[in-house]
Design a protein around this ligand. Structure first.
Ligand code: CAA
Length: 302
């Protein structure tokens, strides 16, 4: 039995039962995993954001995706309605009071993430677990202002959430076995493969992706057309070339990861001016029209 446990996962009997999930932020990642929580765990999900407009946009996305599953025949009408009924979008943070697992996916700034947790922690139960979907920031630092930092765990999804099989679970020096175990059990319930990573910048996947994206941008600045970089990657068997991937995760997110890595490891990652300049130059993509790469603009996420 022990042998089947994911490496680093504590005994699952330590996991807290999750009966209601709270999600802080209603942006693209948050809305995608909100949908996954209702589909796979079939528990009520509360989703909040700064204002009702953002909340409504997130909820509309979830409803839309449920509609698409219905249209594809993967959900019948009743199940689709049940899933929709599980989602509550609100700006009323007091409703987090009975959530056992609260995950944030707000702007990638330590201060912003600390602030949302500072607001939520007094509302939630003493034994509720907090999780962060940060893609590259220090989880320990995000939790530094918590009264109970041991309840915080990193829980990093990949885009598109519905299909990417991986979740990086990040343990800090303080993360309790109960929080860690809950994270592994939740990840399994979501149908994902979880890996345990140290709390180091970029964890594992973004460290590698930042290199690939950064060097791809540099190659373009050295004169290789975008389309040729993409073509050069095809025989490697990856599902997407680096620019398609930048387009998928969004330029802002990708640029932020570049900066975080350069800041953390100045000897191994350069402060990637080429990456930033690339987004300033629409002609770089204009002249290499093809596939999703044409969507690669600074405004892609607006
Ligand atoms: N949302 C939901 N489902 C999606 C989707 C999306 N955005 N995009 C594709 N899918 C689903 C499709 O519905 C389809 O499902 P079915 O087979 O059940 O109908 C399935 O995925 C395959 O889709 P397609 O046939 O249209 O396209 P594809 O075979 O070319 O696959 C892809 C698309 C899954 C996105 C694939 O290209 C891929 O895996 N790309 C790499 C993605 C990746 O590396 N992501 C990590 C990004 S890094 C990150 O997210 C971390 C960070 O912190 C920045």
């Amino acid at each position: 039995k022990r042998a089947n446990r994911p490496v680093g996962a504590p005994d699952k009997t330590l996991a807290k039962k999750v009966t209601k999930v709270g999600i802080i932020g209603a942006g693209l990642m948050a809305s995608q995993f909100a949908l996954l929580f209702v589909r796979k765990l079939r528990v009520p999900v509360l989703i909040t954001d700064l204002d009702q407009t953002r909340v409504d946009k997130g909820v509309a996305y979830i409803h839309d995706e449920i509609g698409k599953l219905e249209a594809k025949g993967r959900l019948d009408g009743d199940s689709a309605n049940q899933l929709r009924a599980l989602v509550t979008g609100t700006t009323d943070k007091s409703l987090y009071a009975d959530c056992d697992f609260v995950i944030e996916a707000v702007f990638e700034e330590v201060g912003v993430k600390q602030a949302v947790f500072a607001e939520i922690e007094p509302i939630i139960a003493d034994d509720a677990i907090l999780a962060t979907n940060t893609s590259s920031l220090s989880v320990e630092e995000i939790g530094a202002k918590l009264a109970h930092p041991e309840r915080l765990v990193g829980f990093h999804f990949f885009n598109p959430v519905a299909v990417m099989p991986l979740i990086e679970i990040v343990k800090t020096q303080e993360t309790s076995d109960a929080a860690l175990s809950t994270a592994f059990v939740v990840a399994k319930g979501l149908g994902k493969n979880a890996v345990l990573t140290a709390d180091a910048p970029g964890f594992v996947v973004n460290r590698l992706l930042a290199k690939v994206m950064g060097e791809a941008a540099r190659a373009v600045y050295e004169g290789t057309p975008v389309a040729d970089v993409e073509k050069a990657f095809a025989p490697l068997g990856l599902p997407m070339g680096p620019f398609q991937l930048i387009d998928l995760v969004g330029w802002k997110v990708a640029a932020h990861v570049q900066d975080t890595m350069a800041h953390a490891f100045p000897d191994r990652f350069y402060s990637n001016e080429n990456f930033h300049q690339l987004a300033e130059l629409p002609q770089v993509v204009e002249k290499d029209k093809g596939g999703r790469v044409t969507g690669f603009t600074k405004d892609a996420q607006k």
